[in-house]
Design a protein around this ligand. Sequence first.
Ligand SMILES: *Cc1c(COP(=O)(O)O)cnc(C)c1O
Length: 393
Amino acid sequence: MFATSIIELSQSALQKNIRFLKKQIPKSTRFSSVIKGNAYGHGISFFVPLAEKCGIRHFSVFSANEARMAMKHRTAHSDITIMGAIDNDHIPWAVENGIAFYVFDSGRLKRALSAAEKIGRKAKIHLELETGLNRTGLSGRELDQAVDLLMVKHNALQLEGICTHFAGAESLSNYLRIQNQITCYHNLCQKVASNGVKLGPDHTLRHTACSAAALIYPETVMDMVRFGIAQYGFWPSQETEINFFTRKLKQGKKTGWKDPLVRVIKWKSKIMSTKTVQPGDYIGYGSSSLVTRKSRIAAVPVGYFHGFSRDLSNRGYVLVRGQRAPVMGMVNMNMIMIDITHIPYAQKGNEVVLIGKQGDASISVGSFGELTRFINYELLVSLPSEIPRIIVD
Ligand SMILES: *Cc1c(COP(=O)(O)O)cnc(C)c1O
């Protein structure tokens, strides 16, 4: 291969995750697959058709650009919704292509109306409500005006969804804030419904839950759920995982503690060269890594340029021949050095696993993530799109 590392995406892993997540929500609830951040680093162009093969028919993206990518690579004409950025200039493009988008200001709604009337096709709108995240979202008079316009112009504007986003459902320290948001959401929904908007699975979809909310606050699961991190096989946080199992145990479910989520991603490279160094020598730049015994070390052509965090300097592990090999010295731009003294037959060309399984050993991004101060999200999305992706099994 030309590239120095490669990412494998496992279809069976994704299938398992989706099956598990679907079991956590009612049958009538739609599953939206969140694919912002280049599908959390997995690669949007690979992930979209893969997810469609696993039965996904709805994608949530952040930007118009991601919507365009998803559109280009979908094979089953799945629905696409933009949760964040789209310039008013591109609203006609979205309307023309049947791409839905969140509305959180009156300017965007007016632009949607004029585009829909001009093109002769309904604009698909998701009203985003302000419930306490204080990022984007409508409330007060602005919300009333938006609902009025939607009712009057229902021939041009289709209110497909009414939604909000929680302020950190993956951390229990936000419990009260989330509860307040849920109450606020219901109150606003009631107000909207009293204006004649029909809410429900066959009408305007109510959706609030991300992965963490869906897994630990079942009351947030409504007509649609927006699953991001969990579908890729990662818990939003350790707290979410513990909370989920504790709740299941309390309900008397014999789930055990076996992780039902399987990582979709495997990231691997190869040993580029090996050498022997003597006690008293230092490895690589600077003097952070003093060798205290005669050692065999290997160079692996992956560095922070490729998304291997500098925080893993002298701390991270990779896998060679099914064994852990520690990172020696600083993570360089394009390379790391690893200690293979204890792996006798390790040699140039051997597979090096940076994330994923090898034999019985595995490096989860979870443990990778805890070593660095990164959380899963940040680590995954820092995998550059240039690394080739292949789909396996
Ligand atoms: C990212 C995002 C999600 C998905 O969050 P996960 O924690 O990855 O499940 C859902 N909704 C919105 C609005 C988002 O931005």
